[in-house]
Design a protein around this ligand. Structure first.
Ligand SMILES: *Cc1c(COP(=O)(O)O)cnc(C)c1O
Length: 369
């Protein structure tokens, strides 16, 4: 058997994503005595207290029982919090799973999706390994370019993916920009607003995708428990759409993909989250202010507004910078894969780690010039 004879062209051509090795192997490889993760935008404050209790008290007897196949209790809690019907929610094993389900449900070869060239890459990846054309529109001043995206729409455009705020640049669509875009994009296609970092945003003109959906029923919103709620390891994310859209996406969705513990912890996380969000925002804002100051002092450009991350321009190749920082126990994201060669992205965390990172970065810059 020649496996290449069995697979579609678009799968053969697709280059698989290579996940990073486990921390203990990386520490050995780089000779690092410890490792601070600054690469995945996790929230190191940890999950909200109520979620921590659920995780701690999880009984082994629950492990032998299948979870609710449609995350019933979690959807009910989310529906109440968001003020919508639970039938408008689809919960997945991370929002990546719902991204994939949406594309599978709507697109066939010959169709296309439109997104930015430098944004969360999963939209583009799922489209390409499914044989769907991904039209990538260059960012403009580090932000999505609405008019250039509209110009790429044709009869076969099924979905437009917007990331608000954008990962990795931290720019955001304002309410008026987004409204005007939705008016022009028309009703004959889906517009996804990925709000993975919405709980971090404090700007007054930041739009709530759920409210826009009242006027534009072709809007679909993605949210996740991986970032603000610090449950990345349990994998929970969800989609909000009209009942009609959710009904369709559910067809290509494997039930039981969200485990028992994840469903319970996520439900607890949102019951009383005000203090958790306020605390996290304070940590992130302090870190952003500090790190921008450090960049200014050592003469490095940086980009970052919203979200718990900051992009920094490295004076040397980003992979080289990644390796140098790794040896000192600092794991950042090298950005060549995001089409930002020469940049690194750093997760904004508690000051202790930020100061340690700033010292290491400053030393490296001194050693390089
Ligand atoms: C982290 C992230 C997600 C979340 O993915 P999960 O599968 O829910 O962990 C989604 N979109 C963006 C832009 C992200 O940065």
């Amino acid at each position: 058997m020649n496996i290449n004879d069995l697979i579609p062209d678009y799968v053969r051509k697709f280059e698989a994503y290579i996940p990073s090795k486990p921390d203990h192997l990386l520490m050995k490889e780089y000779g690092a005595p410890f490792l601070h993760r600054l690469n995945n935008n996790e929230n190191f404050l940890g999950p909200p207290e109520a979620a921590c209790r659920v995780i701690h008290d999880f009984e082994s007897g629950r492990a032998l029982i299948y979870p609710s196949g449609d995350s019933y209790d979690l959807r009910t809690a989310l529906a109440e919090k968001l003020g919508i019907s639970e039938n408008r929610l689809l919960v997945g094993n991370g929002s990546c799973e719902v991204i994939s389900a949406l594309i599978k449900a709507l697109c066939e070869p010959g169709d296309n999706i439109i997104t930015a060239d430098k944004t969360f890459a999963v939209y583009e990846w799922v489209a390409e390994f499914s044989g769907i054309e991904a039209r990538l529109v260059p960012l403009r001043d580090y932000a999505f370019d609405p008019q250039a995206m509209l110009d790429r729409i044709d009869r076969r455009t099924k979905i437009l993916f917007l990331c608000n705020p954008n990962n990795p640049t931290g720019t955001y669509w304002t309410e008026s920009e987004l409204t005007s875009f939705l008016e022009k994009a028309g009703e004959d296609r889906i517009v996804v607003i990925d709000e993975a970092y919405c709980e971090y945003v404090e700007a007054d003109d930041y739009p709530d995708g759920l409210r826009l959906m009242e006027r534009f029923p072709n809007v679909v919103v993605f949210r996740t428990f991986s970032k603000m709620y610090a449950l990345a390891g349990l994998r929970v994310g969800y989609l909000v759409g009209t009942e009609e859209v959710v009904d369709v996406v559910r067809r290509t969705f494997v039930a039981y993909s969200v485990n028992n513990l994840a469903q319970q912890a996520a439900r607890a996380a949102i019951l009383n989250d005000k203090e958790h969000i306020a605390k996290t925002r304070k940590i992130v804002n302090e870190a952003r202010f500090f790190l921008k100051g450090v960049c200014g002092k050592i003469g490095l450009d940086c980009v970052g507004g919203q979200g718990n991350y900051l992009m920094i321009r490295s004076p040397v190749n980003d992979l080289l910078m990644y390796r140098r920082l790794m040896k000192k126990g600092m794991m950042v994201r090298s950005m060549t894969g995001f089409r930002f060669p020469g940049w690194i992205r750093v997760t904004l965390r508690e000051m202790g780690v930020m100061e340690a990172f700033a010292d290491v970065l400053t030393d490296e810059i001194k050693a390089l010039v």
